[in-house]
Design a protein around this ligand. Structure first.
Ligand code: ATP
Length: 669
């Protein structure tokens, strides 16, 4: 965009008073737009440059007269300074008298944007599922489905709440239809959000970054993630990264069922951090989401009213902040699984990536399976070519033009904390609720008194609840016996019933695991403990089993000596290691060949792996379903260049050959 020969940059001198009387925020938005056009920061943009950028489809969507207004504002040289640029736009605004835009029509919200929304409505969503997963009651163990069908009712979405879209895994009672497309209202709302993003403002120079906030309201705790990406690269892979995060003090929001306002209050500290971490001028255009997982799914089953009250309380708190609040909802287990898979593969650029020439490349790499071991549920999600015999486990995705057939299942009550409760319940049952019960999964030297209510306060254990008063206290004493511990833990799974050609456990269909996997959250915490505290490698299933047995056989005092900072969790590593061993090997059927393909990792680069990023990418349409247009055109351009090169080389060779031939002939004469 250098000035053409003969043309002169605008003369210095008093600028036309184009900016006078305009609101500061509006002016800043225009400045940002101008700076995008003036990408070399010269302080002026040629009219022709603007015309060429806004030609074609986009130009039709400019409010009538914009180009005309700019033409009139431009001097003879055609170079527009910022003031002239504003002057030109002012002239083009409806009812323009040169004054600020009227209330009825905010800048950037003209017919063009309406049309953009219309177009988006028809285009579908970024991550589209071929169908919705229906939740049906299933016998013991397939708790996830039972829960969803028995009691899971999403609260009526508030106007600002996003209904399921993108990966549209609907809860029981909701209609199915083509799961890939959310309601038009959602898309409309979303598009408005995007348009607002583009009206970002400036402070001390231009900040081209955009931000998004997701609160991961898990069963054990809530974490807030702030993501950041360059404004001009929304649809690139791998460009969104974690800007900062915050751990909410206290337990997960589902624990506030008896005092819902406290659930909202608990978020204050992290939200205040978000006020500082996101530049002030970006607050209003920063989308804010809260997704609640298995803890709230369980509360939803146990006490629908309380679950709604908690969601309302957190919604009220989130709305009181100046961010663009887009809703608080309970994710289904399948959404949690699939969004975790999207996050991992997005971060590792397994879907698509930019080549060094800026072209889009479809990497030859296969996608990575994702395994999440939360506090109340565990998810396994991977791409497969096998037939998925149970359609409830199949999600078809189209990302960047590529179809993906993904297997996913979420096991409710198989998260770490619920597994530990269920194990205690099994142990009490085995010992007929004696006053003192031996616990082979606790280290020797460790004793603890528990009230029955702390074990039977969950839908995961309520079926096993004895007829004793819930305030009964029972003392448990660790006996550190790994093989006995494994025996009790194996009782948590049903490995025998299966109505498909193959199952993981609890009658749930699962194809053979294939490819590499990433195992995060408590999978990572458990294996990390084995590797760093117990100093044992975990390559093969046997390593995991041996390590679990060693932990079980280590006394409480020894464990305390090894990792005093982990005191709160130390007594449970024997059980969780043994559980991870049984879940991965007998449950998911990893063997000596496939187990080494699991990476136990909680981050990719600096970004945490979990459902939160995938959820935001989907809701902000940052993963398009279609192949990026530039991919096709770039490839086309390369072909043209290659053919031209070929023609030029051939011609040059021919000319040279003729020339040499003539010369040799003439010298021969
Ligand atoms: N350092 C650690 N060592 C062992 N376990 C841990 C550690 N930190 C957290 N955990 C436990 O790991 C489990 C999973 O934590 P995570 O935060 O992923 O779950 P969540 O999001 O609360 O649960 P869910 O996704 O099921 O709602 C929880 O039981 C948590 O208490």
């Amino acid at each position: 965009m250098a000035p053409e020969r003969g043309a002169r940059p605008p003369p210095a001198g008093p600028p036309p008073a184009g900016t006078e009387g305009l609101p500061r925020a509006f002016l800043q938005s225009l400045r940002t737009l101008f700076d995008i056009l003036d990408d070399r920061r010269r302080g002026y943009v040629h009219l022709r440059e603007i015309e060429s950028r806004w030609q074609g489809a986009e130009a039709r969507e400019l409010p009538a007269g914009v180009l005309e207004g700019l033409r009139r504002a431009a001097p003879a040289s055609g170079y527009l300074t910022f003031e002239r640029f504003v002057l030109g736009l002012r002239a083009a605004l409806p009812g323009a008298d040169g004054g600020p835009p009227g209330k009825g029509r905010a800048p950037g919200r003209g017919r063009g944007e309406e049309k953009e929304r219309e177009r988006e409505r028809g285009r579908g969503t970024a991550v589209s599922a071929s169908r919705s997963l229906e939740k049906l009651p299933s016998p013991h163990g397939a708790e996830e489905r039972r829960g969803q069908s028995a009691g899971h009712r999403e609260p009526e979405p508030e106007p600002s709440q996003p209904r399921a879209r993108g990966i549209d895994v609907k809860s029981a009672g909701q209609s199915q239809g083509d799961g890939g497309h959310g309601g038009a209202g959602d898309v409309r709302r979303h598009q408005r959000g995007r348009a607002e993003h583009r009206r970002h403002t400036i402070a001390n120079g231009v900040d081209f970054s955009m931000y998004g906030i997701v609160l991961d309201a898990g069963s054990s705790h809530t974490a807030m993630f702030i993501y950041k990406w360059p404004a001009d690269k929304e649809n690139d892979t791998g460009v969104v990264s974690e800007h900062s995060m915050c751990d909410v003090e206290g337990p997960g929001i589902s624990s506030y069922s008896s005092d819902p306002p406290a659930a909202g209050k608990s978020l204050e500290h992290c939200l205040n951090q978000a006020l500082r971490d996101v530049p002030k001028e970006k607050h209003a255009v920063t989308p804010l989401y809260l997704g609640a997982t298995a803890g709230m799914r369980l509360l939803n089953i146990a006490n629908l009213q309380a679950s709604n009250a908690v969601l309302s309380a957190v919604t009220a708190m989130l709305k009181s902040y100046p961010f663009d609040f887009r809703g608080a909802k309970i994710l289904s287990g399948e959404e949690e699984g699939v969004f975790g898979w999207v996050t991992a593969n997005y971060l590792l650029e397994n879907f698509i990536k930019r080549g060094w020439l800026g072209e889009w490349i479809q990497p030859k790499k296969k996608t990575l399976g994702a395994m999440d071991f939360g506090g109340a549920s565990t998810q396994i999600t991977f791409e497969t070519r096998d037939t998925i015999e149970d359609p409830r486990n199949e999600v078809m995705l189209k990302l960047y033009g590529q179809p993906y057939k993904v297997y996913t299942h979420s096991f409710l009550c198989y998260g770490r904390d619920q597994v530990l409760k269920r194990l205690l319940s099994k142990l009490l049952q085995a010992e007929s609720y004696q006053a003192t019960v031996p616990n082979p999964c606790w280290p020797t030297g460790y004793r603890k008194s528990l009230s029955l209510s702390s074990i039977y306060d969950s839908p995961c254990t309520e079926k096993e609840r004895p007829s004793l008063p819930l305030n009964t206290i029972i003392t448990m004493a660790g006996t550190g016996n790994g093989s006995l511990c494994a025996l009790h833990i194996s009782k948590l799974f049903n490995f025998t019933t299966c109505s498909f050609s193959r199952c993981s456990f609890d009658g749930i269909f699962q194809p053979e695991v294939s490819g590499n996997f990433i195992a995060f959250s408590a999978f990572f915490y458990t294996v990390d403990f084995i590797q760093t505290v117990m100093e044992r490698p975990v390559h093969l299933p046997k390593d995991l089993k041996d390590a679990a047995e060693t932990i079980c056989a280590t006394s409480w005092s020894e464990l305390l000596q090894k990792a005093p900072k982990l005191e709160k969790r130390l007594s449970d590593y024997c059980a969780t290691s043994m559980f991870v061993y049984l879940l991965t090997t007998r449950g998911y059927n990893f063997n000596n060949h496939s187990f080494p393909n699991i990476a136990f990792q909680k981050k990719a680069g600096e970004t945490s792996i979990g459902w939160a990023l995938g959820y935001m990418l989907n809701l902000t349409n940052m993963i398009p379903a279609e192949e990026p247009a530039s991919h096709k055109s770039m490839l086309y351009n390369y072909w043209v260049i290659l053919i031209l090169l070929f023609v030029v080389t051939t011609l040059t060779a021919l000319v040279t050959a003729v020339y040499l031939l003539r010369r040799s002939k003439s010298s021969a004469i």
